[in-house]
Design a protein around this ligand. Structure first.
Ligand SMILES: *[C@@H]1O[C@H](CO)[C@@H](O)[C@H](O)[C@H]1NC(C)=O
Ligand SMILES: *[C@@H]1O[C@H](CO)[C@@H](O)[C@H](O)[C@H]1NC(C)=O
Ligand SMILES: *[C@@H]1O[C@H](CO)[C@@H](O)[C@H](O)[C@H]1NC(C)=O
Ligand SMILES: *[C@@H]1O[C@H](CO)[C@@H](O)[C@H](O)[C@H]1NC(C)=O
Length: 360
């Protein structure tokens, strides 16, 4: 189906879903889940033992660890998880909704602006996983249509072998001579969370910082995992990036820092179950498991009762970032588009096929 046709179809679906007032759809208020994981596991097996999930990301194997851990914890279950750019998953989901042929059970995406719209369209199941009251209000829909399931953050990521002992911390560090030709960055005009990072940095350091950055001759790539692949390479061609996420304790030779005065982007990666999901109990099992305190530990959590990683504050108490801002940025599509073209005008349109297929 052509993109135009699918967009037309989704517009039709949106208007027909809104032909009645969603306020009169009378979706029952969701009660907080009371079943144990083992009870949910049994319910999921009765549905057939498969849960189909679309997860945002930019490398096909990015969720392999999640799949392995989930399937080991719940014998008989298959986590059929597909990674793609959130901005492509959402269009494909709109197409499914338009055709009334929903086969995805759960979506976990970066495109936070989609969720209120999908809720209005009646596309999402109101559901409150166990521990609902422990999830910060900032990250969840009050009716349970969607909730953040973990926090993603950009940070400075560098190869300890090639930075000569001076870890980059603030964005001004990247203007030093040792980073000339050594930076690899994701096109801000290809990923809205990277776009937001550049907006925050330019708000702090001004346009002259960006002009000096361009004079460092960074390499621009698609996807936020590709900079990490290149920086981790042993040949030292590239030494650092600030448009990626590798957690708090990456393995050698990588290391991370977070800017102390400069701003950085964090957001709750947000999950929902489709109202017409073919395997709703299986999707509930998956979401409940993602939100367990065990699974939330070791990273910035969406839960109040999980400590921040050792040496860090809770993300809501961290100077330099505000995880609630990204959804507001994403909601203003006209402003996003203007900013995207501001950068495209300066660095050109994103080159290359989808980062999922570039072997980097
Ligand atoms: C697994 O997911 C893919 C992509 O969403 C879908 O095409 C396929 O039908 C799913 N497989 C099963 C067994 O549900
Ligand atoms: C690190 O120091 C070595 C030796 O002084 C020098 O050759 C190299 O260019 C430096 N690398 C960076 C990234 O500054
Ligand atoms: C260094 O490694 C990267 C990634 O493997 C590769 O793309 C690049 O061509 C290599 N550069 C040199 C100079 O060998
Ligand atoms: C990584 O960075 C942290 C914080 O700057 C530092 O304490 C730690 O020693 C570094 N690890 C390595 C392997 O360089």
């Amino acid at each position: 189906m052509s993109l135009v046709r699918s967009l037309v179809l989704s517009a039709v679906a949106a208007s027909s879903a809104l032909a009645y007032s969603p306020q009169f759809a009378f979706a029952p208020p969701a009660e907080v889940e009371t079943r144990t994981l083992d009870e949910l596991h049994q319910a999921a097996l009765k549905e057939g033992g498969v849960v189909t999930v679309w997860h945002g990301g930019d490398e096909p194997a990015q969720q392999d660890d999640t799949k392995t851990a989930f399937e080991a914890r719940f014998p008989g279950m298959t986590l059929n998880i597909t990674v793609d750019l959130s901005k492509y998953h959402d269009i494909n989901l709109d197409e499914q909704l338009a055709k009334k042929d929903v086969y995805v059970d759960s979506i976990i995406l970066q495109t936070l602006h989609d969720y209120p719209r999908w809720k209005e369209e009646g596309a999402l199941l109101n559901y409150k996983p166990a521990g609902w009251d422990q999830i910060h209000d900032e990250y969840k829909d009050q009716d349970g249509a969607y909730t953040g399931v973990y926090i993603i953050s950009w940070s400075n990521v560098f190869n300890t072998k090639y930075i000569n002992g001076t870890n980059p911390v603030e964005y001004s560090d990247y203007l030093k001579p040792e980073f000339k030709d050594k930076l690899v960055l994701t096109y801000p005009n290809d990923d809205d969370a990277v776009l937001f990072q550049f907006q925050l940095i330019l708000n702090q350091y001004g346009l002259s910082w960006f002009e000096s950055l361009l004079a460092q001759n960074p390499r621009w790539v698609r996807g936020t995992a590709t900079p990490v692949t290149l920086v981790a390479s042993s040949n030292g061609t590239y030494s650092a990036t600030f448009t990626s996420s590798v957690g708090f304790a990456p393995s050698d030779p990588l290391n991370v820092t977070f800017p102390t005065t400069g701003p950085f982007v964090t957001w709750p990666q947000t999950a929902a179950i489709l109202a017409d999901a073919p395997h709703p109990e299986s999707a509930k099992l998956f979401h409940n498991w993602l939100l367990t305190t065990e699974h939330q530990t070791g990273k910035w959590s969406v839960r109040k009762d999980v400590d921040a990683p050792t040496g860090f504050n809770q993300v809501l108490d961290t100077p330099g970032t505000d995880p609630t801002k990204f959804s507001r940025f994403m909601a203003d599509r006209a402003a996003v588009e203007r900013l995207r073209f501001f950068f495209e005008n300066k660095i050109g349109s994103a080159q290359g096929l989808t980062p999922l297929g570039d072997n980097l």
